[in-house]
Design a binder for this molecule. Structure first.
Ligand SMILES: [Zn+2]
Length: 187
């Protein structure tokens, strides 16, 4: 039977990268806070739309979107509890008999503050980049949705106009026929 070495003994102080993140409302990058977007089609036709990027469901566009910013910073803690799950070693600050406890993975713990600071810098860079990429992907999806909606409603309007023209033409024929009928009755 093999044993997994535990990097920190219980009761020891260690540096943790922390939970540092905050959510903030920022100006919508798509409509610049104006809540409206102008779409210009290839033929020069322009449409003004409610911005879909800063709108949740059927709510009106808000002009702002929620963003998460990661700000991990070294935090000194005491390790009071440890558990091994597969090859993952998890610590906690809470005592072993606590029923509710936070989990800290060993890879986020360091003996020295400078090592922890370097890990925080890496985490902040990586997670903030992921967050920016995610926001950009959402913006592109919403842009596609808006373009789709312009084409959909534009096609639908064109179809209804054609249908209306057909209906009016039929009515004109009916009127004319009626007119002819009266003409026959009243020579
Ligand atoms: Zn917007």
């Amino acid at each position: 039977m093999s044993s997994i070495p535990i990097p920190f003994p219980l009761g020891e102080r260690a540096w943790w990268t922390g939970n540092g993140h905050r959510e903030e409302w920022v100006t919508c990058p798509e409509c610049a806070g104006t809540r409206a977007v102008t779409m210009i089609l290839g033929n020069g036709e322009q449409y003004s739309l409610h911005c879909d990027n800063c709108r949740a469901g059927y709510e009106p566009s808000a002009g702002v979107v929620k963003r998460t910013f990661y700000e991990h910073a070294p935090q000194q803690i005491t390790l009071n509890r440890v558990s091994v799950d597969g090859n993952k070693i998890r610590y906690s600050q809470e005592s072993p008999d606590a029923t509710c406890y936070g989990v800290i993975y060993a890879e986020h713990l360091f003996a020295r503050q400078e090592e922890c600071q370097a890990a925080c810098d890496r985490l902040n860079e990586q997670r903030n980049k992921e967050e920016r990429d995610r926001a950009w992907q959402i913006l592109l999806q919403n842009r596609q949705k808006m373009a789709w909606s312009v084409h959909y409603w534009r096609d639908r309007a064109a179809r209804l106009r054609r249908e209306l023209a057909t209906v009016e033409a039929r009515l004109a024929v009916v009127k004319q026929k009626k007119g002819e009928a009266y003409a026959h009755r009243d020579p």
